[in-house]
Design a protein around this ligand. Structure first.
Ligand SMILES: *[C@@H]1O[C@H](CO)[C@@H](O)[C@H](O)[C@H]1NC(C)=O
Ligand SMILES: *[C@@H]1O[C@H](CO)[C@@H](O)[C@H](O)[C@H]1NC(C)=O
Length: 380
């Protein structure tokens, strides 16, 4: 389910990529003129978007998408850090203590005692991992798991550091698949990389998946340095990830594509709609976009504590942002602004050698990309 969701996003992206390519490149026309044309275009786009209400722009844009739009490139350069850090006060719109958890569809069943049906309790300890890659994936999506095992999930040791990959599943929902549980048990025996918990695995329960992931990390992986939550349709440059982490803060560290001042979507037809009574402020605090984010493993314990006080909204990356706000630990920007890409970067070995993680568009075959990317001899 999470996959089809991303594909939809990707299709939006393809369209905008095509229209960008459609701008004719007039050779010999003087780079200066072209530059100023693009500059004026950029400024008008900026003014256009700023002057409009978020809801009018695209009701289905994920808040994260909107933020990515605002957070990157010229935008970051235009805004000063001081302006970005308009401090949010300590009034948490979402506090489970003040209002009892309702039957609201925007709140998920968490905290709650879920249990593990399939587990790998010794994995981190046995492997002495440096970083654990946690990949949420729907139970029936064996195909995607196999692709990850054959690509970025396949290398145990990278730059001398142990990388562990685990897939996070809930209970299958939707059309019944015969012998699903037996197949999962079999797959688990074969690969020893599945963790399955007892909640219903569907898109609106992703927050539960993430919180169960934190419980698992806290319980079984507290000796490990870092974890990364990464979606299954992402290209991951593992050496760049390791290099980034070797130079990173050891505690209170969360990084990824950090969204700032993301607007709360109030149009009820939007996929990421959140009503005012659930979250009254117009903007979310800083949060790392859900496609791929890293945390130091002192954080799961703190986030779990925070989750007892912050109402569990269904938008998982925003929810972690709210918990981080509660802890007063802002997510950190990566050392390079272009390390994490939510808009699919078209494959080319040079650009992929510089990033850490990018969404892939629907038509990109990760197996092929991986093969080409790792081909020795062909420099970029
Ligand atoms: C990928 O794109 C094709 C056509 O562009 C579409 O038919 C297909 O449903 C998409 N796949 C997913 C999983 O969204
Ligand atoms: C989310 O999971 C909980 C626990 O399994 C379940 O009660 C609930 O119905 C699920 N939500 C959705 C939208 O399926």
């Amino acid at each position: 389910m999470d996959n089809s969701f991303h594909r939809e996003e990707n299709m939006d992206m393809e369209e905008s990529c095509e229209s960008r390519q459609a701008v004719p490149h007039r050779r010999g026309c003087g780079g200066r003129r072209r530059h100023s044309f693009f500059f004026i275009l950029a400024v008008s786009v900026l003014l256009f978007f700023c002057s409009r209400n978020m809801e009018d722009v695209a009701s289905d844009w994920r808040p994260t998408f909107w933020m990515q739009y605002m957070a990157t490139k010229w935008w970051t350069r235009l805004k000063t850090e001081a302006f970005l850090n308009v401090s949010t006060n300590n009034l948490f719109g979402v506090t489970s203590e003040t209002s009892p958890v309702s039957q609201s569809p925007y709140i998920v069943a968490y905290p709650h005692e879920y249990h593990f049906i399939i587990n790998e309790p010794k994995k981190c300890e046995d492997q002495k991992s440096f970083v654990v890659l946690m990949v949420p994936v729907a139970p029936h999506n064996r195909r995607q798991r196999d692709i990850i095992r054959r690509t970025w999930g396949g290398n145990r040791v990278v730059l001398g550091k142990v990388v562990t990959v685990l897939f996070l599943l809930g209970l299958h929902t939707g059309e019944p698949v015969p012998h699903m549980e037996e197949h999962l048990q079999q797959e688990s025996i074969e690969h020893q990389d599945l963790i399955q918990s007892s909640f219903q695995d569907c898109y609106n329960n992703l927050t539960i998946k993430t919180m169960v992931m934190l419980e698992w990390l806290n319980f079984y992986c507290s000796e490990v340095s870092y974890a990364m939550k990464i979606d299954s349709d992402i290209f991951l440059n593992v050496p760049n990830l390791i290099t980034m982490l070797l130079n990173a803060q050891k505690t209170n560290y969360m990084t990824g594509l950090v969204a700032r001042e993301a607007a709360v979507l109030r149009d009820h037809t939007s996929k990421w709609y959140l009503p005012v009574d659930i979250y009254p402020k117009p903007q979310y605090p800083r949060y790392a976009l859900g496609l791929a984010y890293v945390l130091s493993l002192d954080l799961p314990k703190k986030l779990l504590e925070a989750s007892r006080h912050v109402k569990a909204i269904y938008i998982e990356d925003v929810y972690l942002g709210l918990c981080m706000e509660y802890l007063n630990i802002p997510p950190t920007d990566p050392p390079n602004w272009d390390y994490f890409q939510v808009f699919p970067v078209p494959y080319n070995r040079c650009s992929y050698s510089r990033l850490v993680a990018t969404t892939l568009d629907n038509n990109t075959d990760l197996l092929w990309v991986w093969k080409d990317f790792n081909q020795a001899g062909k420099s970029c």
